[in-house]
Design a binder for this molecule. Sequence first.
Ligand code: GDP
Length: 231
Amino acid sequence: MRAGREGAGAQGRGEKGGDGGGAHLPPFGRPDPPVNPLLALPIEFVGSFPDPLVRLDPPLPEVALIGRSNVGKSSLVNALVGRPGLARVSGTPGKTTLLNAFRLPSLYLVDLPGYGFARAGKAARAGYRRLIMRYLGERSTLAGVVWLLDVRHPPSRDDGEIQELLIASGRPVLAVLTKADKLTRSARAVRARELASALGLRDDQVQLTSSSSGQGIAELGQSILAIGERP
Ligand code: GDP
């Protein structure tokens, strides 16, 4: 609504003044928008693995992505690396229990299986928990974890269980709030603060993103590269 009126006003001024010669005020200048460094890098799919302690060759630091099924993880990976279709965007989530590894020059991105699949039975849930516990607890090359949460929903019981595993592992965590485009701008900021507080995270540990609009993707790419390069 407001954007529409502003647009019409700008057009009106243009019509009245023509090109106006020197009528335009010089711009003050704005900082350049952040650039996603991952877009300039080669990336390859290494493989899918059932073993949380699989050895990847060459050994490099790795950054894991974890989140509830349908949270938007595949879409985010595709947006991050600028390769639609690299990670599968799925309509039937939660079927896989494999780790998918992608290699960048200086690190691996490891896409962990989604959790909280509604139809998963008790045994499958216990198996998932064991897999993630071992991965988070024992993987010496793990530099940090990107934890995806849908910005629209309060943390679920499954999110709470993952949070406990993350805390126990002591790994650096960045919480990424997905699908920001589904909320108004003001609601996004409110939800981000609420979720940060509910999860006991500092505001700078929370990144709003949208794979649809591109919001926050460049900043996330920068954070991933930086954590992978930490000594
Ligand atoms: P995954 O199961 O976590 O890998 O989730 P997907 O990437 O397969 O996405 C699940 C659904 O959410 C799909 O229908 C996507 O199109 C949709 N989705 C993912 N990211 C976004 C986003 O940023 N904005 C919107 N509006 N929809 C999204």
